[in-house]
Design a protein around this ligand. Structure first.
Ligand code: THU
Length: 134
């Protein structure tokens, strides 16, 4: 799947965002190595801390369906009707990516018209992971 198509999938997933407290709507589209796509949106809560980011919604949906091999994720977010120009994943979500994804996992940001691609190694350098527990 093309990066642009994955971003467009994230734009669609963002429409399901449940964000009545922040008004900040985020969508994600997670591509498995086998070619499946799992969408996710942020899901907020009146007690605030139970809020789940769009990226983690997508990862947890996929893992709960038996998927553990991921190639890329696209993320879009913003307060307006249309996503903002750029929305980077938070640190907690980067750490969750690191649990399942290789350093070359691709993180596709921006808009379908202006795509910016990073690797997990670029966005989470010197990370703590399962190897550190050996
Ligand atoms: N949010 C995400 O869904 N992903 C991120 O990486 C950053 C933040 C959500 C959480 C909350 O619902 C809203 O955006 C404002 O922080």
């Amino acid at each position: 799947m093309l990066d642009k198509e994955l971003l467009q999938f994230a734009v669609e997933a963002r429409k399901k965002s449940y964000s009545p407290y922040s008004g900040f709507r985020v969508g994600a589209a997670l591509l498995t190595k086998s070619g499946k796509v799992y969408g996710g949106c942020n899901v907020e809560n009146a007690a605030y801390t139970p809020t789940n980011c769009a990226e983690r919604t997508a990862v947890f949906k996929a893992v709960s369906e038996g998927e553990r091999e991921f190639a890329a994720i696209a993320v879009v977010g913003g307060k307006g009707e249309e996503p903002a120009e750029f929305c980077a994943p938070c640190g907690v979500c980067r750490q969750v990516f690191a649990e399942f994804c290789d350093p070359d996992f691709r993180i596709i940001l921006g808009t379908p018209e202006n795509i910016r691609v990073y690797t997990l190694a670029e966005l989470l350098p010197l990370s703590f992971g399962k190897a550190d527990l050996n």
